[in-house]
Write a new protein. Sequence first.
Length: 222
Amino acid sequence: SAKEPLKVMISGAPASGKGTQCQMIVEKYGLVHISTGDLLRAEVSQGTEIGKKAKEYMDNGMLVPDDIVTDMVISRLSQRDVKEKGWLLDGFPRSPSQAQSLERIGIRPDIYIVLDVPDEILIDRCVGRRLDPATGKIYHLKYFPPETEEVSARLITRSDDTQEKVKSRLETHKRNAEAALPTYLDLLKRVDGNRPKEIIFEEIDSLLQQVYNAVNNKNLDE
Ligand code: AP5
């Protein structure tokens, strides 16, 4: 019988390591990675109407209005590859209204992962972050420096990764951190994100395997 693909939500403060863990999850599980931050940054760099509206909020470390982000996510979730491969939602939902929009159309994850990292670590992680525009890979000047000179030469910095902007993103996060939790309390798994990334992934990997088995064995019983 056909296996049911996984449906995963991952959340956590700015620079808690969501994107880094998502790259490892996608590599192993082949889920469709839907990052609202990545989708919004693509709109901004393409200069679309959505991008023009979103830019100011993002530059100030504030949440982009719910309707813009929710439409984007729901339209991505309705594409065909998502049904076949499963999904990994990164950075959404971030407000009760975003969570309720998914609930209303019956979209619910199998697991809701929260990465816990102390504040004092987060600023350093943001300020040292670099991205490879060619591969999308996430680096850090201190913790994960680029492998070659060639990669190093093309790395870019996110415009919201300055010390000042990170502080305001952290404040926004604190105000909204618990916003989506009540909707997913029964699916909640907290993971200590202040460890080496491979160790964090081992824990997430084992959680995902448990959930995958539970979902698919349940279907066998039906
Ligand atoms: P978004 O792109 O989601 O940003 P964020 O939540 O601030 O999270 P980050 O992408 O900064 O961090 P991350 O957790 O992915 O960490 P990473 O793996 O890169 O959102 C950006 C903006 O878009 C928001 O401010 C908002 O305006 C808007 N937006 C997005 N979603 C929205 C929504 N739903 N509603 C409304 N508005 C929305 O790691 C960070 C660094 O640390 C890297 O350098 C990495 O190499 C390093 N690192 C990772 N793991 C480790 C480790 N274990 N040890 C040491 N270093 C590590």
